[in-house]
Ligand binder design. Structure first.
Ligand SMILES: [Zn+2]
Length: 264
């Protein structure tokens, strides 16, 4: 509360004098006091001030995330994935435990990873929990930092781009691609999912996204069911090169699927 009352204010207070003041919530503090004509101005309680600044900052972060979600046309992390967090990931093998630890570490060191533009590739069999950990990283970055993170499947992006071609979707290809280079972290799932030779359309859009993010030094997490050796051909050598810059972290998910066992 900002109803501090000055305790020992001298009537002759000179500019920049200090005096003890009392905040109803935080108790005594040393206030800076300035006398201008007949008015006494004193600095607010530092705890209240810090709380107010933190609240304003949180509101700003919330607004920025909201605006970005609007540009992306959906929640940053789709609603059906909200429950996928590090805490709900069940590591039932040493490989899974290691993958979980590595993904957590990436988020804990997100500031350094961001400065390096370090990307992550999660590759391996379907149903091994890659999506769960990818979504968890996006959600943890938003829980622990002021940055924005988004999860999208490549198929969903391409579908949204194709839907712009007849002009009825209200979006343009440019606005979709532009929105995807904005999140501080982008988790891009189902890369190379078609198992067929990727089309030029697919490769060029994927490169636009990955290169756009590369130019802004923003990391991308790529998730694929392919073997890591198959990935460059499936996503295009140019895109793969961009991911490698900054020292990419490759996490192979080589254990068997747990899908079905847990009804995932
Ligand atoms: Zn206070």
């Amino acid at each position: 509360m900002r109803s501090e009352k000055v305790v020992h204010l001298s009537s002759m207070a000179s500019p920049q004098a200090t005096s003890m003041a009392v905040c109803e919530d935080h108790g005594e503090y040393s206030a800076t006091v300035a006398q201008v004509l007949s008015h006494t101005f004193r600095s607010p309680c530092p705890h209240c001030k810090a709380a107010r600044i933190a609240k304003e900052k949180a509101e700003l972060v919330e607004r920025q995330r909201h605006e970005l979600a609007w540009k992306l046309g959906d929640a940053l992390v789709p609603k059906r994935f909200k429950g996928k967090t590090f805490e709900t990931y069940q590591a039932s093998s040493p490989g899974q435990a290691k993958a979980l630890a590595r993904c957590r570490l990436y988020v804990e060191q997100f500031q350094q990873n961001l400065e390096a533009g370090r990307c992550v590739i999660l590759v391996g069999h379907p149903g091994t929990g890659k999506t769960h950990l990818g979504v968890s990283m996006a959600q943890a970055v938003m829980a622990l930092t002021e940055y924005t993170a988004a999860y999208r499947t490549l198929g969903g992006i391409l579908q949204a781009i194709r839907a712009t071609f007849d002009g009825s979707s209200g979006q343009t290809e440019g606005s979709i691609l532009d929105a995807l280079v904005r999140p501080t972290l982008l988790v891009l799932d189902e890369v190379g999912a078609s198992k067929e030779v990727p089309s030029d359309f697919e490769l060029s859009r994927l490169f636009s996204i990955i290169n756009g993010r590369y130019e802004r030094m923003l990391p991308t997490i790529v998730i694929s069911n392919l073997d890591v050796r198959e990935l460059p051909a499936a996503m295009g050598e140019r895109s793969a090169d961009r991911l490698r810059e900054g020292g990419v972290i490759v996490l192979p998910f080589t254990w068997e699927s747990y899908r079905g066992k847990e009804g995932v």
